[in-house]
Design a protein around this ligand. Sequence first.
Ligand code: UTP
Length: 275
Amino acid sequence: MKKCLFPVAGYGTRFLPATKSMPKEMLPIVNKPLVQYGVEEAIDAGMVDIGMVTGRGKRAIADHFDVSYELEHQIAGSEKEQYLESIRDVMGKASFSFTRQVEMRGLGDAILNGERLIGDEAFGVVLSDDLCLTEPGTDGVMKQMADLYQQFRCSIVAIQEVPDHLIHKFGVIKGEKMKDGLYQVTDMVEKPALEDAPSNLAIIGRYILTPDIFDIIKNTPPGKNGEVQLTDALLTQARKGCVLAYKFKGRRFDCGSVEGFVEATNYVYENIYSA
Ligand code: UTP
C-alpha cells in the first residue's frame, strides 16, 4: 500500500484563536508540526504517496513540504542546517499531492474529495491532530495496520478504550472479537450519548480503507451535526462485507484539544526531544 490520505481541511475551532489564520495541523509539538509526525508515520508504513485534502487558509501545509529557497540559502553550511534534517528526509522519501475541499461538509466528504488522488486501491488515512506514538524501535500505528491489511484485505479502523465521560466525543464500535485486540465490526455509532454507546471502544484517527468506500460515501446522507460522517459509511461497509477494528499498540494524544496538545508536548519533550 503506497497511498495515504490526510484530511486537513477542518476549521480547528477548538483551538481558536490560534487556528484563526494558521492550520491546526501546523501547530508544533515541541519543534515539529503535527502533520509532519503523521507523514513520518505513513512513510514508516511504506506509504510514500501522500495526498492532502486541504481547504482555504491551509497553504502553510503545502509550503511546509516544499523547499524554502531563501531560508535554505541563508543557513546553508551553518550548524542550523541540522534543524532541517527531518523535513528534508521526509521530502526525499515521499511525494505530495493536494486537492481542496470547497465546503467543510465533514470527514466523509473530505475523504470523498480525495478520490482522484487515490483511485482504485486501498489506502491509509491519518487525522494528524491525533498524534500516535509508539516505543522507539517498534512499528508505528499505520505500519501495524498496513500489516493487518495484508492479512485480511478489508477496511480497518484503529480503536482505543475510552472512559465513560469521553465516549460522546468519538465514533464507537460494537464488534465480535476475532483475537486479542482485533474485532469484526457489527455496529458503529458516531458521538453517542453514554447510554447509547455500544461499547467503550472508540475510533481514533487512523484508518485503512478499501476504495469501495468512495461509492458508499456518495450514497451516505449527512448524519450527526449535518456532516457526511465516515462512521456512517463504514457501518454500511461493515454490513456489506467486513470492517475490522484494531486496538493498536502505542499512545494517542488528542492534539485537537488543548489538554491533549499540552500532554503531548510534555510527553514528547521529556521522552523524545530531550532523550
Ligand atoms: P475534527 O472533528 O477534529 O474537526 O475533524 P475540526 O474542524 O478539524 O476541529 P474542531 O472540532 O473544529 O476543533 C477531524 C479531521 O477531519 C478533518 C479535520 O481537518 C481533522 O483532521 N476534516 C473535518 C476535514 O478535512 N473536512 C471536514 O469537513 C471536517
